[in-house]
Each structure stands twice: as structure tokens, then as C-alpha cells.
Design a protein around this ligand. Structure first.
Ligand code: HEM
Length: 225
């Protein structure tokens, strides 16, 4: 058996891959958010559309994007497999253990939180990514595909904004457990550094998700005037 198949089939190996893919997705969240903030510029979306064109046509970025899609699929499929394997191994849970006292709600519901994030990603990809690549959308004053107007219309609908904001709350819970758990999985467990990692994790999870949620909220408020 090659080391790759060994890693993929051992439970420690699977946990390790969940941690590495999870942290890679965390780094993507930072890059994606910094790009999305351009939607708040007061230029009718010109800068954002130029950025969207670069992100969907520059060969190196396209290559990294395919890696990202594969990582999301891998993380989601392995995550669901891990949850199912844990359930099979312990179908009724420990009678003696009081789950709420020993672990956080998020840590016990990573599969549910992840599945809700996956639902959000599918809707998000359909509405923005698919439209940008194959949808019938207009062009802006610079001749770029006008993804900004597509998002502006989406974020002028209260139910879409509510779905987006709730999904970000779900992501925050996933990361509140996931961020620090990934470092533990990687064996970084230290008297001095673990509390620092936990604090950074809380700031990261809440900060990033609030940043994402702020964009549709602000665009919705703008759409009212
Ligand atoms: C942007 C999206 C996502 C990010 C940033 C992310 C991040 C993370 C991180 C950092 C971990 C901790 C890994 C560890 O404990 O070592 C984790 C765990 C987990 N993720 Fe995600 N995740 C995302 C999406 C998803 C999706 C779509 C699913 C789909 C089902 C999912 C399911 C899970 C599960 C079940 C675990 C726990 C695995 C375990 O018990 O070890 N995640 N995630």
C-alpha cells in the first residue's frame, strides 16, 4: 500500500487531512474577503468587476481555484465520512458522558454545521460563480462582465441577505471549534501557545464572518435609498 492510500485510509491520516484542508480553506477565506470588500467602493462596481475578471481569467489564479474546489469537495466528503464512521462506531453515544459538560455544541455538530456551509456554497456558486462564467450578464463601462450588478440585485432582497448572514453565523460556529482543533490535530498543544491559538481562533472566526456578513447588509441598506 502506498503512503497516500495508507494516509487516506487511517483515521489519524483522515483527521490530519481534515485539519490541513480546513486551514487551507481558512487562508482562502481571508483572500476572498479582501477581494469582496471592493464591492463597497463607490465606483459602480468598476474595480470589483476588473478584479472578478482577473480572478476568473489569469492562468495561475485559475489553477489555484481548481485546487480550491477540489479541497472543498475533499474536506466536505471526508468530513461527512468521518461523522458517519463515528456514528457507526458509537450509535447511541456514551450513556455516562454528559456531552454538554465535556465539549462545546459546535464540536459535537461539525457535520451539521459543515453540511449547512456546503448548502450555502452550492447556492453561492450557482448565483455568482456560474453567472460570472456562463450567465447572460451585461458589461460595465470598461467592458468587463458586470458581476457587481448581479450581486447588487441579489443583496437588495432581504431573504437572500438573511440567508447569507445566517450562513456566516453557521461558518463562525464551525470555525470557533475548527480553527483551534486543527492545530491540536497537527500536534500543536503547548501550555503557552495553545491559549494564544484559541484567542486568535475566536478573533479570526468572528472577525472573518462579520466581515463577510457586513457586505450584503451594507449593500441592502444602500439599496433602500
Ligand atoms: C469555508 C469552508 C470551511 C472551512 C474554512 C472549514 C474549516 C474546518 C477546520 C479548520 C476544521 C478542523 C479540522 C480538525 O479538527 O483538525 C474543520 C473540521 C470539519 N469540517 Fe470543515 N470547513 C469548511 C467547510 C466544511 C464543509 C462544507 C463541510 C461539509 C460537510 C465540513 C465538515 C467538517 C467536519 C465534519 C469537521 C470535523 C472533522 C473531525 O471530526 O475531525 N467543513 N473544518
Amino acid at each position: 500500500m502506498s503512503w497516500i492510500t495508507k494516509t487516506l485510509s487511517s483515521s489519524i491520516g483522515r483527521k490530519l487531512l481534515m485539519a490541513l484542508t480546513g486551514l487551507f480553506l481558512c487562508s482562502f477565506l481571508i483572500v476572498h474577503l479582501s477581494g469582496n470588500f471592493q464591492m463597497l467602493n463607490d465606483d459602480g462596481g468598476l474595480q470589483f468587476n476588473a478584479y472578478a475578471k482577473f480572478m476568473t481569467s489569469f492562468p495561475l489564479v485559475k489553477f489555484i481555484s481548481y485546487g480550491l474546489y477540489a479541497t472543498i469537495l475533499f474536506h466536505a466528503i471526508y468530513g461527512i465520512m468521518l461523522v458517519m464512521a463515528n456514528r457507526k462506531a458509537r450509535p447511541v453515544g456514551y450513556k455516562m458522558a454528559d456531552g454538554a459538560a465535556n465539549s462545546s455544541w459546535a464540536s459535537r455538530n461539525m457535520g451539521l454545521l459543515g453540511s449547512l456551509i456546503l448548502l450555502f456554497i452550492v447556492v453561492h456558486m450557482k448565483n455568482f460563480w456560474y453567472e460570472m462564467h456562463w450567465g447572460e450578464i451585461g458589461t460595465d463601462a470598461q467592458g468587463n462582465r458586470d458581476l457587481f450588478t448581479v450581486t447588487k440585485i441579489a443583496f437588495s432582497q432581504w431573504w437572500y441577505v438573511a440567508f447569507y448572514v445566517l450562513s456566516m453565523a453557521v461558518l463562525a460556529f464551525h470555525l470557533l471549534h475548527g480553527f483551534q482543533s486543527a492545530f491540536q490535530t497537527l500536534g500543536i498543544n503547548h501550555k503557552k501557545y495553545t491559549p494564544i491559538i484559541q484567542t486568535v481562533g475566536v478573533i479570526f472566526s468572528i472577525g472573518i464572518c462579520m466581515g463577510y456578513a457586513a457586505i450584503p447588509l451594507l449593500m441592502f441598506v444602500k439599496s433602500l435609498s
